[in-house]
Ligand binder design. Sequence first.
Ligand code: TNX
Length: 576
Amino acid sequence: MSSLPISSPTPNPSTAAHPAAADGIALPAHQPEAGDLAALAARAAGDDLLAPPVGLDNVVPAPELLDADPGVTFVLDGDTAIRVTAHPGAREVADHLAQLLRPATGFPLPVADTLATESTGTVTLTLAGTTPTTPPTPGESADLGAEGYRLDVTTTGVRVIAATATGLFYGVQTLRQLLPAAVESPTPVAARWALPGGTILDRPRFPYRGAMLDVARHFFAVEDVLRVIDHLARYKLNHLHLHLTDDQGWRIAVDSWPRLATVGGASEVGGGPGGHYTKDDYRRIVSYASARHVTVVPEIDLPGHTNAALVAYPRLAPDKVAPAPYTGTEVGFSYVDPADEQTYDFIADVLGEVAALTPGPWLHIGGDEAFKVKGAVYTGFVQRAQRLVADTGKTVVGWHQLAPAAHVDGRVLQWWGTDTDDPTTADAVRRGARLIVSPGNHAYLDMKYADETPIGHDWAGLIDVRRAYDWDPGTHVDGVPSTAVLGVEAPLWTESVTSLADIEFLLLPRLPAIAELGWSPRATHDWAGFRDRLAGHGPRWSTAGITFHRSPEIPWPAIPTIPGQRPTAKADTAER
Ligand code: TNX
């Protein structure tokens, strides 16, 4: 197996630079409907039945190793079948693959959980080592670990091998990207469903690859959250951190303190109605995520960012007086009373109920910007809260402000600083903490792309796609060795974000940049190569009806035109 350079992806018809792509970002005066755009994009993407396949090296995040077999292709057709190892998790991945491919191809793609010896015309998903006939191949699948996979495309079929269902799932996400962009169409398209020949051997650099959605500043419906999970899964991100509580709203039902959701949830930034997730809503999110190999990390932000809780239960407030609901965007003014035992009963109850709903190992307790709880009082509070997390059987995660508190087993800090030097955090790491790296000036997806782009903040600077991509989580924080880095996360705070289209506009195309930092070996890091690989995803998002920012940094491919409308550089996007 040889490693090919991934820095200059094979040019392919869907990623040829469009001359107008470097235009400014002014929006077209008349915006076509997203549905029309998707249909047009799908038609254009499927139009060229003779087009060569996508290059094997056009995958985001970049795989660890790839070995292209030029000239070889496998073409899906109406007779293609999916075969999978008889194992519930593997079967679920095979069904997921069929559901991804059926709408655009219109093929039946039957799934059978028997592995045939004759595999011509099949896509085979094999869990290595689960049966005597599928032993792990030394040096290959055996080394792929908990999330890796091997993918082979030959003239007779496609084979994905992994040691786990998660590895198979990631192999399937790669397979999806190797098909033409038209595969994203929700309706059948006439296309040549060719995959490029060769082998990919792939596994992640970091075990924790995540994004955060703040559902507290503005509330988002379950469906919106599910769609965000789809975006994570597509780029092999495996954690969704939900910022469930803040001054402006409490978003998760807690039976023992019911007013948190019913009263504390009835507000949001700007004075809208807010909302909250019932326990069933939350279970639905968790189960949808788990089917996509995404772990939900719930955050209950303490001791600050708690105005909504104090509106619901004034006895938790230091002065025992109910504050007014808060709909602004200031931070740091509210806190639960650290000197009152009721506060710790409240925390134990809330964390207990949230832990019981959450299959994943993590509970995030915030800890940021508690400006009015200082010094030893703050540290003492955090230490008690950390112990209450441990009592639930979960592992504590918190923003890096938790650093001065005593270490507890497994403790994880989330770095959001904008510099790289924090001796307190480095010291906490020396005492055993691990770090999730989310630098405000690289990974905060609520920062604006550029002065002219709508939505977002700029307190941590402007973050264009290159800035989101050009840093290294493994070496970012001084005194923190890469072995202490659990991974990377892209937080999306939502003070200025009010719709799914806003969310997608800020996520795409920066989320894939963060995903690549979390997944790909550092040796593949190359802005020019990444930019070119990313370009091919524009037509995929357009075809799927996903909003994205048509950043002038990316050489987006040629675009279809809208009948009766003046063609513009943005016409193939659902850019807001
Ligand atoms: C800082 S970063 C915050 C959030 C804000 C965000 C806006 C952090 C842990 N706290 O409360 O929403 O900035 O960018």
